[in-house]
Design a protein around this ligand. Structure first.
Ligand code: ATP
Ligand code: SF4
Ligand code: MG
Length: 323
């Protein structure tokens, strides 16, 4: 069988405290090369743990099970040294706060060149001139001069561009972006999202875009996976998710996104998600769900197919089709 060169997560679970606290339960998700997939959900739903697991970057105290494949590589079975060689060229990640990932005492051009040198047998001069080209590519004006600046000499948006240049330096097949624009103002956010979209198309990369904001992932991704309390509760084509959500939590997220726009204030679904050690085997959304009935609270709810490549974890998807 020829393996897909993309990222494939199968039945991933991540637990802490000897299995007593299960943060991620049975997550399956694919990110083919060239496609953008969004992972969305409230704070604490397990988005970052899922996406970090794809790079073998889980905290030491976490225990992961399931399968994560990058092409024909099995990420969860790799040694730290093997993972280091895959990070960069196979899969790279950018985070919400570039300041915490950039070396504050290194000139940005050197930091980018370092990534190139650690993946390719090129001279230091070549790596530095490629670093300048990459800075130019991600929209940093006067890149040659700015390569000699330190991270604190850039604005938040420009620092995020430098992080993207660093991520691109090793030519990854998959780019994971965890809340890459959350700390930025709206216009800079839009520019960075446009840049990610352009790079995905031009480089043929797969993009896993993680955000708590459904509007952000919808603007860029052809598919969306919605996470709630450690599980994927709905996954499907963006258009279907936006027009015909089949799980009440997705519908609630959508409604709050739309209300936000019209009244310009943050609204949310009433109630809060269950704590890590308190996640029921039945539908985890039941305490907050206006459609909940007794069977929702008595047995686990599986993800069921509700349309072509569209799944929802709900026993009332039929009713959802008509609300
Ligand atoms: N090192 C850790 N030890 C114990 N629990 C952890 C650890 N890291 C994360 N968790 C817990 O796992 C759950 C999922 O965390 P995760 O960071 O993946 O959430 P998230 O969806 O990315 O949230 P946010 O939107 O706030 O970034 C949370 O309840 C979090 O408290
Ligand atoms: S299974 Fe029941 S409680 Fe859970 S989302 Fe569907 S209707 Fe609501
Ligand atoms: Mg997170």
């Amino acid at each position: 069988m020829v393996e897909s060169p993309g990222l494939s997560i199968e039945n991933l679970s991540i637990a802490f405290d000897d299995g007593r606290k299960v943060a991620v339960s049975g997550v399956s998700l694919s990110v083919p090369t060239g496609e953008a997939v969004g992972l969305v959900g409230e704070s604490g739903s397990g988005k970052s743990l899922t996406s970090r697991a794809a790079l073998g970057l889980l905290p030491k105290t976490a225990k992961a099970s399931g399968r994560i494949r990058l092409g024909d590589l099995s990420i969860l079975d790799m040694s730290p040294a093997q993972l280091r060689s895959v990070r960069g060229a196979g899969i790279a990640m950018i985070f919400q706060d570039p300041m915490s990932s950039l070396n504050p005492v290194a000139r940005v051009g050197q930091s980018i060149a370092q990534v190139i040198l650690s993946h390719e047998a090129v001279s230091a001069d070549d790596a530095e001139s490629r670093a300048v080209t990459l800075m130019d590519r991600v929209g940093i004006r006067d890149a040659k001069a700015r390569a000699g600046s330190f991270p604190h000499e850039f604005s938040g948006g420009m620092r995020q561009r430098i992080m993207i240049a660093m991520a691109l330096a090793a030519k990854p097949r998959i780019l994971v972006a965890d809340e890459p624009t959350t700390a930025l103002d709206v216009i800079v956010q839009k520019n960075i999202l446009n840049l990610l979209d352009q790079l995905r198309r031009e480089e043929g990369m797969g993009l896993l875009l993680v955000s708590h904001d459904l509007a952000v992932v919808a603007s860029l991704c052809s598919r969306i996976a919605v996470m709630y309390a450690g599980q994927i509760v709905e996954e499907g084509p963006t258009k279907e998710i936006l027009v015909r959500p089949r799980m009440p939590y997705t519908a609630g997220l959508l409604a709050s996104t739309r209300r936000d726009k019209s009244v310009k204030r943050l609204t949310s679904i009433p109630g809060s998600p269950p704590a890590l050690g308190d996640r029921a085997a039945s539908c985890r959304f039941a305490p907050r769900c206006r459609l909940a009935i007794d069977p929702c609270r008595s047995a686990p709810v599986e993800l069921i197919e509700v349309g072509p490549r569209h799944g929802a974890r709900c026993i009332r998807t039929q009713e959802m089709a008509h609300v």
